[in-house]
Design a protein around this ligand. Sequence first.
Ligand SMILES: Nc1ncnc2c1ncn2[C@@H]1O[C@H](COP(=O)(O)OP(=O)(O)OP(=O)(O)O)[C@@H](O)[C@H]1O
Ligand SMILES: [Mg+2]
Length: 290
Amino acid sequence: MSYIVLKGVNFTYSLGEGRSLKALKNLSFSVEKGSFVALVGMNGSGKSTLSKLLNGLFLPTNKQGQVIVDGINTKEVEDGTVKDGDGNEVTAFDVRRKVGIVFQNPDNQTVATIVEDDVAFGPENIGLPREEIVERVTSALESVGMQDYKDRPVSKLSGGQKQRVAIAGVLAMRPDVIVFDESTAMLDPLGRREIMSIAKELNNQGITVIMVTHNMDEAALADRIIVLSKGEVALDGTPKEVFSQDVTRFGLTLPPATETANRLGAVGFDFDGAMINEVELVEGICKQLR
Ligand SMILES: Nc1ncnc2c1ncn2[C@@H]1O[C@H](COP(=O)(O)OP(=O)(O)OP(=O)(O)O)[C@@H](O)[C@H]1O
Ligand SMILES: [Mg+2]
């Protein structure tokens, strides 16, 4: 079932003095509920702009363009309260709650001094009862393995730990979708792996994940990769499908395992499609050496 649907979406930044920049052009695709989608593309291809359209922070700038989130048109809801499929009244804020975003810089995403206060910030703002806030904060911190740090100052945490707190803050709002906009980019390899494994675990629990990344090994872990190029969808498919293509024309690299398999292919190895990770590559090589 589609959870997010984009229909003919354009987004243009106005740069003042009559100048403008077309960041997204005629995007139409859907994101299935419960899927794990990687969004890749070179710098300036439109990934962050698209991320902000997915939760209604930005609206399509063309009249026909639509972003539908859980059946709600982000444009209509911005103009006033509308009813969802079940007849409940929804506001723009509700859409933002359904799709949480974790950004790149761990230092820009925290609002309170102490970890648990930071995670409680969202639930407090929507006026939830005290017990519910405590319950949400506890379970969100557990989900990211930060429960032992709840009384610590955020400023004393590592970058990876700060990102985990930022994820907990998003989780405390009980979103259906989490967009990670290069949330691992400023972390060391261990921090990256931890965030990826949290994202995978949340996805296993039913949360839809959209992972914006420049790291092709991370993209290879997704069910589906969408490649953006100059504001348009250039490729859209499984990691195997996408990495069978020449992605360098869109400014991307291949995962190291795919690259190695291609080199081996040039000296006579014959693999069944693109090898997207080391395990596949090793199995592929062993099969041919037997
Ligand atoms: N606030 C803004 N005002 C004007 N132009 C912008 C603004 N933000 C982004 N752009 C432009 O829109 C295009 C898409 O930018 P966007 O940040 O969405 O790309 P991105 O794929 O996220 O890039 P990166 O990989 O560097 O994060 C770029 O040409 C960028 O320069
Ligand atoms: Mg970006």
